[in-house]
Design a protein around this ligand. Structure first.
Ligand code: OOG
Ligand code: MG
Length: 242
């Protein structure tokens, strides 16, 4: 009998919304191998008709590094089915143990950011207890599950340091600053281009980049109304339905 590959295991975990045990040593310590698993994992989604629409960076803030115990910047792939309209619903039944985090998104055209927007990312580790090593989270497409982008705005120098709030049901759950993201979230664009070089990522002409969470992530509970507020940029929101 053939053992399913890590990509097949993670794909099935996402499709069935059932967590799987960490791979541990079977994945190997090499992050390059983990990115090969991620490529295989996302290829399965593209083969089922999904389209690549962008990239995400992860662990670009200290708050996230501390929360997850992983200290390297990582990147993952975003597909069209992960996109949630602003104010739209997230079906908890298709997730394992989702969390939400406030982000900044960039619209990238010909290698440069042409617009910026507030965003909420939904992350949903396919591993039991939302715990993983660096290679494990990279293989799992950096926990990518969903994202909402608010209204696009021009990119101004102020984007370097704007206040960020994550509100749940109108109450402030997390507070941060865009400066927590790589010191200046605009760095995310060059960083994404650098990190993905040689990885054969076939992005459309205009694509979305999630620069990474400005604060720790918060569990997404049934009925919750979630809103990210970025000073000067506006809001992005979603709600969780059971
Ligand atoms: C990994 C993904 C991290 C971010 O914005 O830092 C991430 C995780 O925490 O599960 O998306
Ligand atoms: Mg994120």
């Amino acid at each position: 009998m053939n053992h399913p590959t890590p990509a097949a295991v993670l794909d099935e975990a996402q499709r069935s919304a059932q967590a799987v045990p960490q791979f541990g040593d079977t994945l190997g310590p090499d992050v390059a191998d983990a990115y090969a698993v991620q490529a295989d994992l996302v290829r399965r989604r593209l083969d089922r008709g999904e389209r690549l629409v962008g990239l995400k960076l992860g662990l670009t803030s200290r708050a996230k590094m501390l929360q997850m115990g992983v200290t390297d910047v990582i990147w993952g792939r975003l597909t069209d089915t992960m996109r949630i309209p602003d104010g739209g619903a997230v079906d908890l039944g298709t997730h394992i143990h989702p969390k939400v985090e406030p982000e900044v998104a960039f619209l990238v055209e010909r290698g440069r950011a042409t617009a910026v927007a507030p965003a909420v990312e939904v992350i949903d580790s396919r591993y039991v207890d939302f715990r993983f090593t660096l290679p494990e989270v990279v293989a799992d497409n950096t926990s990518a599950a969903g994202f909402v982008v608010g209204a696009w705005q021009p990119v101004t120098p102020e984007v370097a340091n704007l206040g960020v709030l994550l509100e749940i049901d109108g109450r402030v759950a997390q507070v941060g600053s865009t400066a927590a993201i790589l010191g200046d979230p605009r760095r995310a664009v060059d960083e994404a281009v650098r990190l993905t070089a040689g990885h054969d990522v076939d992005l459309p002409e205009s694509w979305v980049l999630l620069a990474g969470a400005a604060t720790a992530a918060v569990p997404l509970r049934a009925g919750a109304h979630v809103r990210a507020v970025v000073e000067q940029l506006g809001t992005a929101s979603l709600r969780a339905v059971a």
